[in-house]
Write a protein that binds this ligand. Structure first.
Ligand SMILES: [Zn+2]
Length: 69
């Protein structure tokens, strides 16, 4: 969410004009919007989430094996 310093408020990316400027004061917020978009794309599947899923599967398999041991 791009933060506008002069307005002291957040703007939804869709609320900005086509150049990525604040609709109220005209500050250029396009760089922030781009950065937020990149951060979102990178954090879609964090590595620690994958690790957690793998650990859960290993744990469940172990419990299943122990049941018949
Ligand atoms: Zn503004």
């Amino acid at each position: 969410m791009p933060w506008c310093e002069p307005c002291a408020r957040y703007h939804a990316p869709s609320a900005l004009d086509s150049e990525g400027r604040c609709p109220s004061c005209g500050s250029d917020l396009s760089e922030q919007t781009e950065r937020a978009r990149n951060a979102l794309a990178e954090e879609r599947t964090p590595w620690h989430f994958k690790l957690l899923v793998v650990a859960l599967i290993v744990y469940l398999v172990w419990r299943f094996v122990e049941l018949f041991a």
